[in-house]
Design a protein around this ligand. Structure first.
Ligand code: NAP
Ligand code: GLV
Length: 309
């Protein structure tokens, strides 16, 4: 077996067909049942069951079905030296850019307030500052955050980003590390989270962060539910510190029906669809990495397991 597909939530047949097309002549299997684990060379996985990868002793790499790898790195039995490769895919990047631009514009143009006014049949203009006075801040300036920033700058927003490692950035103000977080938040009216979920970033969208934002700021989370302290968000919205939030990702997915986010008047929910992996596009990227690996070269998107992204 060359490639084993492991996911309980993705369309297995579509994936098997896409991988077979991208890797002609390779033995592609789905699911661990009935397979000699020692024969598997590469795994393509989304939330693999704990221990599933450890049962494949000759694995050369595991490819995440998505950009995030938290669902793989969270397996305590993950073999120590196994290369973990995240998905870098222009189609995924384009989708995330669309979703982020759409939601930054929604908050910028007061759409949550207009939706509330419509519910009351209220015809009233809300003053909106010009884009150059609207301070948008992006947490995480990687493949997805970087592309979103490039698109947002074309509207003229006052952009800033928060990253781990300082470097020049021509599109706006760059803040780095723990010491940069407070000043970054203090100048951000619309906050976009596009961080990976790591030990350092878990719970980063909490009451302290919301307190550091200017009054009336809006929060957009397209990264992972684990970044957000849910009770702190509700409290910040109730107190009026935050004006609104748009959330695509949640600690518990699917978001359970009784969850207060569903009915909160200042929260917009989308069901983890900001950027959805399309098998046909992703299989091409995974195939290219398999070829790189077999040629002895570096794979694109190999994760630094110590950093967690
Ligand atoms: P990436 O290319 O690895 O970029 C990560 C960025 O986060 C980098 O700029 C990095 O800073 C920054 N960062 C990491 N840890 C940090 C820390 N402790 N402090 C400050 N900055 C930190 O990741 P990506 O491909 O853009 O993906 C980002 C995340 O989006 C994924 O991990 C996934 O969780 C999420 N995602 C969500 C969806 C969805 O549909 N909702 C779809 C795809 C992905 P440096 O530049 O300094 O390294
Ligand atoms: C989706 O959430 C991804 O990580 O690509």
């Amino acid at each position: 077996v060359a490639i084993l597909f492991l996911s309980e939530t993705d369309p297995v047949d579509e994936w098997a067909a896409a991988l077979a097309r991208a890797l002609p002549g390779e033995d592609v299997r789905t699911g661990p049942a009935g397979i000699d684990g020692a024969s598997v060379e590469f795994a393509v996985a989304w939330r693999p069951p704990a221990g599933a990868l450890a049962a494949l002793p000759n694995l050369r790499a595991v490819f995440s079905l998505g950009a995030g790898v938290d669902h793989v790195l969270g397996d305590p039995g993950l073999p120590a030296n196994l290369p973990v490769v995240r998905l870098i895919d222009p189609d995924l990047t384009r989708q995330m850019t669309e979703w982020v631009v759409m939601n930054v514009l929604r908050h910028h143009r007061a759409m949550p307030d207009y939706a509330a006014q419509q519910a009351e049949g209220l015809w009233r203009e809300i003053a909106v500052p010009p884009a150059r006075e609207r301070r948008v801040g992006i947490m995480g300036l990687g493949v997805l955050g970087g592309a979103a920033a490039t698109a947002l700058v074309s509207f003229g927003f006052a952009l800033a980003a928060w990253v781990r490692s300082r470097r020049p950035w021509p599109l706006g103000e760059l803040f780095a590390g723990q010491e940069g977080l407070g000043p970054f938040l203090a100048r951000t009216d619309i906050l976009v989270c596009l961080l990976p979920l790591t030990a350092e970033t878990r719970g980063i969208l909490d009451g302290r962060a919301f307190a550091a934002l200017p009054p009336g700021a809006a929060v957009i989370n397209a990264a992972r539910g684990g970044h957000l302290v849910e009770a702190d968000l509700i409290a910040a919205l109730e107190s009026g510190k935050l004006s609104a939030a748009t959330l695509d990702v949640f600690a518990d997915e699917p978001l359970p029906p009784p969850h207060p986010f569903w009915r909160h008047p200042r929260i917009t929910v989308t069901p983890h669809v900001a950027a959805v992996t399309r098998p046909e596009c992703a299989a091409r990227e995974i195939a290219a990495n398999i070829r790189r690996c077999r040629a002895g070269g570096p794979m694109r998107g190999t994760v630094d397991r110590r950093r967690g992204y």
